[in-house]
Design a protein around this ligand. Structure first.
Ligand SMILES: NC(=O)c1ccc[n+]([C@@H]2O[C@H](COP(=O)([O-])OP(=O)(O)OC[C@H]3O[C@@H](n4cnc5c(N)ncnc54)[C@H](OP(=O)(O)O)[C@@H]3O)[C@@H](O)[C@H]2O)c1
Length: 371
């Protein structure tokens, strides 16, 4: 009976999280290297017992046949990943949780049309980095937005994520081809495993093959910081280690330990919920408001500038063209060391997180996706 009650509680909790996470989930110069921009992490690293890892030696150079032509646009710095490819540090997050729940044909059309328009607005405003996922049900709209923007595809860093229902050797290979078809692309710049659930090792092997075949220029993990068994297995057994890791990270949850660990494995950190999903407690925080006023900027701009100066990639989400423009106008001011310290002091550690899923108990809920 006790077991049954705890099962029901787990189910309810997981459903709440699933709905919310949705099928989820420097410098101001032109070009920066990931290694150069993680100075804080590197300093911390020297004080910790770093594992005996070769950070880049098992990552072959990008063998993609794709003619990528990514450059710094709108002042957005480029970060060089461990395999030598360059990623624009700021991107557009395209998940629209509020529209995901309506799985009717008209609901999906609205979701994809809205994503399309946000992508066009972002690319026209100077963004050259887009973050989508199979689990956001909007890859079709994102892909069409790229075409309709008029910006050459090879100038854009396009990321998507594989859902655990499509993890497994052979299964993932097909899922990658399907993903390319939905996006109308010949290659992706980055593919993540979205969650550490299901047959993630089988999926990783297929992702490595896709990398070797030139279908994807960088491969990454997302949310594996929440399940260290899976994280360690990937690090130990991968032929090609991830070059990038996507995690929840914002001023209330700055994830120092996770960032240090990522640096130890040569992985760039990319932040989801970079502005705390617009949590009013964060956006109306007194410290941030004072800093914003001092610079004549908005709190969101200050938070995003903080991400940039911390050497983090960030993918703020927005469907509002004014916000989209505002969020990239962060390269004409600089936070002082003191202001950076004030923002670092807002860190609440794990308490400051919005989602911290126990995959060991709830991983099973991530292995189905209806579409
Ligand atoms: N790997 C994962 O599991 C995972 C999980 C969650 C998210 N993600 C990725 O991370 C991206 C970012 O996450 P998110 O979009 O949920 O959270 P977020 O970027 O922290 O916040 C987005 C919210 O902020 C608002 N906003 C944006 N710019 C604003 C501005 N200048 N002023 C005021 N409000 C502003 C947006 O509303 P408006 O539309 O009105 O601007 C939206 O409500 C997602 O889109 C997705 O690509 C990944």
């Amino acid at each position: 009976m006790k077991k049954r009650v705890s099962g029901i509680i787990s189910l309810v909790l997981a459903l709440v999280l699933l709905v919310s996470l949705s099928a989820c989930g420097n410098q101001n110069s032109g070009q920066t290297s990931g290694a150069e921009t993680v100075s804080a992490e590197t300093a911390a690293l020297e004080e910790t017992d770093a594992p005996e890892t070769e950070t880049v030696s098992n990552v072959p150079e990008d063998v993609s046949s794709a003619v990528s032509n990514i450059s710094s646009v709108g002042g957005v710095p480029l970060i060089t990943l461990s395999n030598g490819v360059q990623v624009p540090q700021l991107g557009l997050g395209t998940q629209i949780q509020s529209l995901e729940r309506d799985s009717s044909e008209s609901g999906r059309k609205l979701l994809n049309d809205t994503s399309h328009d946000a992508v066009v607005a972002a690319l026209q405003a100077g963004y050259r980095h887009l973050d989508t996922a199979h689990g956001y049900f909007n890859e079709t709209g994102v892909g069409q937005g790229i075409i309709d923007s008029g910006i050459p595809r090879e100038e854009i860093w396009v990321t998507s994520k594989l859902w655990p229902s499509e993890f497994g050797e052979g299964v993932t290979a097909k899922a990658i081809d399907d993903m390319l078809e939905r996006l109308q692309l010949d290659y992706l710049d980055c593919i993540y495993l979205h969650h550490p659930a299901g047959d993630y090792m089988g999926a990783w092997h297929d992702l490595e093959e896709a990398y070797k075949a030139g279908k994807v220029r960088a491969i990454g993990i997302s949310n594996f910081d929440n399940y260290m068994d899976a994280f360690n297995q990937i690090m130990e057994e991968a032929e090609i280690r991830p070059q990038i890791t996507q995690i929840e990270c914002h001023p209330f949850a700055q994830r120092q330990e996770t960032r240090v660990l990522a640096a130890q494995y040569g992985m760039q950190v990319e932040c989801w919920y970079p502005i705390g999903h617009a949590d009013p407690n964060l956006l109306q925080n007194e410290t941030l408001t004072a800093i914003a006023e001092a610079h004549g900027k908005s709190v969101v701009q200050v938070i995003l500038r903080w991400h940039m100066q911390e050497g983090l990639c960030a993918v703020p989400g927005s469907t509002n063209s004014d916000h989209i423009r505002e969020n990239i106008e962060i390269f004409d001011f600089e936070l002082s060391d003191e202001e950076m310290e004030q923002i670092r002091a807002l860190d609440k550690g794990e308490e400051g997180r919005y989602f911290n899923i126990n995959y060991e108990q709830m991983g099973g809920f991530f292995t189905s996706l209806n579409e």
